[in-house]
Design a protein. Structure first.
Length: 122
């Protein structure tokens, strides 16, 4: 059940970006080598693409892979938190930035953010 939910979200996200950029599934097929029927299955939530395939689609759409997940993930994680708009915008930027970091750099960034958060609460 969870996989179906994820595939529907990623497929809908891909379709949204594709349409926003005025591209057809055929355009994506030409840029990636992925068959149009496969792209249709992904967009309709029948197939969950691998990260490698998502990367190909992201490149074809001139996007970073993290853009498929950023907004939705941040808004879900922040539900229930009492944050103002500026704090949400800052955390969204941190998440986008951290998607391009190595694992060790990501851990360092998280440690720094925690330290700043503790300092500001004191």
């Amino acid at each position: 059940m969870a996989t179906s939910s994820i595939s529907m979200n990623i497929g809908t996200t891909i379709r949204g970006y594709r349409l926003q950029k005025g591209m057809s599934q055929g355009d994506i097929e030409k840029k990636t080598g992925l068959l149009r029927c496969y792209l249709s299955r992904v967009e309709n939530g029948h197939t969950v693409p691998s990260l490698e395939t998502l990367q190909k689609i992201a490149r074809a759409l001139d996007l970073q892979l993290s853009e498929f997940f950023a907004e939705e993930a941040v808004s879900k994680e922040m539900t229930g938190l009492n944050l103002n708009e500026e704090e949400i915008r800052f955390l969204t930027q941190v998440q986008r930035y951290s998607a391009h970091l190595s694992e060790s750099d990501r851990r360092l960034l998280l440690a720094m953010v925690r330290k700043f958060a503790q300092t500001s609460l004191s």
